[in-house]
Design a protein around this ligand. Structure first.
Ligand code: SF4
Ligand code: SF4
Length: 370
C-alpha cells in the first residue's frame, strides 16, 4: 500500500514554534533533527499555513539540510485563493518555490467540503492535479477533507485518480455526529484509499484533559503522556499512511517520537480505556474548535477566534475562571476583542467544524468582561 514504507508519525508544520510573528527556525531545526534521527520522514505543510512561512520553514529546516530522498513532504493547493483555472499552476509553483523543491511527494487539494468541491470542479482542479503529477511535480495526489461521508463518497466516485485522502480522525470525533470520523474513514477505506490523519489530538484539546480523564489514562500507563493515547488511537487503524502531529516545541517532539518510534497499536484494554475517556469528555460540553485558524485571516476586526474559544473551553472544562481569563486576555491582546465582532459572518464560511462562531463569541464578554 502507498505509504507502507513511511513511519506512522508525520510532522505537521502548521503550528511551529515562534519568536514574535516568525517561526523559531533554530528550534524547528532541532525538532527536525530529532524527528529524522528516529527514522521519521513525513513533513506536511500547505500554501496557506502562516501565510507561506510554513513552506519556507520546510525549506530552511529540512530541504536545505537533508538529501531530497531522505524525507517526503506534502503541501496543499488553496482553492480559496484561486479565481480562475489559470491560477492553479501559479499557486502550486509558488508552493514548490517557497519549499525549495522540484516536486512534492504528496500534493493535495486543500480542505474539500461540499462547497469547495463545487469550486474544484468548476476550476477543473483534479485535471490540474493530474497534469502536475504527469509533469513530475507531485509523486502522489489526493485531497484533505472536512465534510460528511456522503460528500466524500461522491468525490471518490468522481475522481478515482485521487490516491489518498487526508481526514480528521481522533477518538473524540470518531463517533461524533458532526465530524463523523468513523464514517469518513470507512468510506475512504471502502474505496481502497490510504488515509493520512490530521488533528489526532484535536488541536491540542485531547492533551489538556480533566483530572478525571487524566487519572483514568495514568491508571493504565503512569509514564505515558495523555497525548500518546490520542496519537496511538489514530495510528491504530488499518490503512493509515501516517498520522500528522502539529508539534510546537521540543517537548512535544520528544514525547511523540518516544512512543511512535516503535509504534504498538492500542490493545483491547487500552481501547476500552479510550471509550471510557470519551464518555467522560462527552459529558462536558465544549466548543469543538481545532485551532485550524481558517477563520482568522479574513476577520475585519482581527479577532483571535480560536484563542477566545480555547479560553472559553478552558473555563468550561477546568472551571477555573482566573486561568481562563488570563488565556482570554492573552488571546485578544494583539487584535479585536470578542465584543467587537461585527457579525459579518465571514469566519463562519471557513470553519470546517461548522461552529456558530458569532453566537459562541458572545459568551466571552459575559464571562470575562470587555
Ligand atoms: S463575524 Fe465577527 S469574528 Fe467573524 S469575521 Fe466577522 S467580525 Fe470577525
Ligand atoms: S473556529 Fe473553526 S475555523 Fe476558526 S480556528 Fe476554530 S475550527 Fe478553525
Amino acid at each position: 500500500m502507498l505509504g507502507d514504507d513511511i513511519k506512522k508519525l508525520g510532522f505537521g508544520l502548521m503550528r511551529l514554534p515562534k519568536i514574535g510573528q516568525d517561526e523559531d527556525i533554530e528550534q524547528t531545526k532541532k525538532m527536525v533533527d530529532l524527528f529524522m534521527s528516529k527514522g521519521f520522514t513525513y513533513f506536511d505543510t500547505a500554501y496557506v499555513y502562516d501565510g507561506g512561512k510554513s513552506e519556507m520553514a520546510l525549506k530552511e529546516c529540512v530541504v536545505d539540510r537533508y538529501p531530497r530522498d531522505s524525507f517526503v513532504c506534502a503541501s496543499k493547493l488553496p482553492l480559496w485563493n484561486a479565481e480562475s483555472e489559470e491560477q492553479l499552476p501559479l499557486l502550486a509553483q509558488e508552493s514548490l518555490d517557497r519549499a525549495g523543491v522540484e516536486y512534492f511527494d504528496f500534493y493535495l487539494v486543500h480542505s474539500l467540503n461540499k462547497d469547495l468541491y463545487e469550486k474544484a470542479e468548476k476550476l477543473h482542479a483534479f485535471s490540474f492535479m493530474q497534469k502536475f503529477k504527469a509533469e513530475g511535480k507531485a509523486k502522489h495526489i489526493g485531497f484533505s477533507f472536512h465534510d460528511s461521508p456522503e460528500v466524500l463518497e461522491r468525490i471518490l466516485t468522481d475522481h478515482p485518480e485521487a490516491e489518498f485522502v487526508q481526514l480528521q480522525i481522533n477518538y473524540k470525533d470518531w463517533e461524533d455526529d458532526v465530524v463523523q470520523s468513523r464514517g469518513c474513514y470507512e468510506t475512504a477505506r471502502r474505496f481502497g484509499k490510504p488515509v493520512v490523519i490530521m488533528e489526532p489530538v484535536k488541536g491540542g484539546s485531547l492533551v489538556t484533559m480533566t483530572d478525571e480523564v487524566q487519572q483514568l489514562f495514568k491508571s493504565v500507563h503512569p509514564d505515558m503522556s495523555i497525548a500518546s493515547w490520542a496519537v496511538r488511537f489514530a495510528a491504530s487503524h488499518e490503512g493509515i499512511l501516517t498520522v500528522l502531529s502539529g508539534m510546537s516545541n521540543m517537548e512535544q517532539m520528544e514525547d511523540n517520537t518516544s512512543f511512535m518510534e516503535n509504534f504498538r497499536p492500542l490493545d483491547e484494554k487500552e481501547l476500552e480505556t479510550v471509550a471510557k475517556a470519551v464518555e467522560i469528555i462527552n459529558a462536558i460540553p465544549t466548543i469543538p474548535c481545532t485551532a485550524c485558524r481558517y477563520c482568522v485571516d479574513g476577520c475585519p476586526m482581527k479577532i483571535n477566534i480560536p484563542g477566545v474559544f480555547k479560553a472559553l473551553n478552558h473555563y468550561t472544562v477546568y472551571n477555573n475562571p482566573e486561568a481562563a481569563k488570563k488565556q482570554y486576555d492573552r488571546a485578544v491582546r494583539d487584535g479585536g476583542k470578542a465584543s467587537e465582532c461585527l457579525q459579518c459572518g465571514q469566519c463562519m464560511e471557513h470553519c470546517p467544524q461548522h461552529i456558530d462562531i458569532i453566537e459562541t463569541l458572545k459568551k466571552a464578554p459575559e464571562l470575562f468582561g470587555e
